[in-house]
Write a protein that binds this ligand. Structure first.
Ligand code: F6P
Length: 316
């Protein structure tokens, strides 16, 4: 079978690992591979390269995606879907592996609705995809955030400050939640846990009365203006507060061992599924077991509230 692979949306550490595993595992089973550069944009604009065993050499430790990526919402236009299908079919390609997040899954769905065989792998630091406990790249980004938090704690303790850390996640608070637990944050503000600024300030006043010397607040992006909130805390409580927006640093870096294992398992699993005649599915991992669900089910469902929220209040 001729199989193409693309990465789309925000890059995530581990994308290269999944490509490598699919290609090397698939070649051993007699399949041929193409990489599509620049995601769905490249699919429409005929930007294909051949992938062989050697091309996969040295990419296991590389962050980002060597196939490059793009955001291309225009893919939903009928003429673009037509062009993509023509480009795939003119090469005799029968299957496509899409590695990305929610938007990429919607792109994949356009192709599968037209009868093309697609399998998706969840690649995003946001951990916001239904039907998987973890997305590829999430744990590496989490390690990056926790490393930053440890450093910010050092300076917060030294200056007896309150440090606000804004992390990515789009509309999902998982990165902030796991970081708050791993980094020992005092407060967590996420879309799923939107505690008010006033209640944080009141508790900070109490902290001062209790002689607590510093505090860390982890906030998911798009929730509040963290710089203004830092000013407000400084004005209204006895804590001097500073804000740090971690930004794109969270997306880069060499994939963690956990993401390398996950990417390897998911990449090889995609080939197993094609071989079993299963397609138009999204791969996930649940209780350490690889699973798959129809892509439209994954796209149209929301994740349940993470049970770890119960722990946050208990350990802060
Ligand atoms: O989806 C990954 C992500 O990094 C989100 O956390 C963030 O909101 C978004 O991408 C940023 O997107 P862009 O790279 O287009 O600015």
């Amino acid at each position: 079978m001729k199989i193409a692979i693309l990465t789309s949306g925000g890059d995530a550490p581990g994308m290269n690992v999944a490509i490598r595993a699919a290609v090397r595992y698939g070649i051993k089973k007699g399949h041929e591979f193409y990489g599509v550069q620049n995601g769905f944009y490249g699919l429409v604009n005929n930007d294909f390269i051949e992938l062989d065993h050697k091309r996969m050499s040295g990419i296991i430790s590389m962050g980002g995606t060597f196939l490059r990526t793009a955001r291309f919402p225009e893919f939903s236009q009928e003429e673009n879907i037509d062009k993509a299908l023509q480009n795939l079919e003119s090469r005799g390609i029968e299957g496509l592996i899409v590695i990305g997040g929610d938007g990429s899954y919607r792109g994949a769905l356009h192709l599968s609705r037209r009868g093309f065989k697609v399998i998706t792998i969840p690649g995003t630091i946001d951990n916001d995809i239904y039907g998987t406990d973890h997305t590829l790249g999430f744990h590496t980004a989490l390690d990056t955030v926790v490393d930053a938090m440890d450093k910010l704690r050092d300076t917060s303790v030294s200056h007896q400050r309150c440090s606000i850390i804004e992390v990515m996640g789009r509309t999902c608070g998982d990165l902030a939640l796991y970081a708050a637990l791993s980094g020992g944050a005092e407060f967590l503000v996420t879309p799923e846990n939107p505690i008010s600024k006033e209640s944080i300030i009141e508790r900070l006043k109490q902290y001062k009365r209790d002689d607590r010397t510093h505090a860390i607040i982890v906030v998911t992006e798009n929730m509040i203006n963290v710089h203004e909130f830092a000013k407000e805390i400084t004005e209204k409580s006895k804590f001097t507060s500073v804000a740090t927006v971690l930004g794109y640093i969270q997306r880069g870096g060499s994939p963690s061992a956990q993401d390398r294992i996950l990417g390897t398992r998911m990449g090889a699993f995609a080939i197993d599924l094609f071989e079993q005649g299963i397609d138009n599915v999204a791969i996930g991992i649940e209780n350490d077991r690889l699973i798959y669900l129809p892509i439209d089910i994954v796209v149209s469902n929301k994740r349940r509230l993470n049970p770890l929220y119960k722990l946050v209040a208990e350990v802060s």
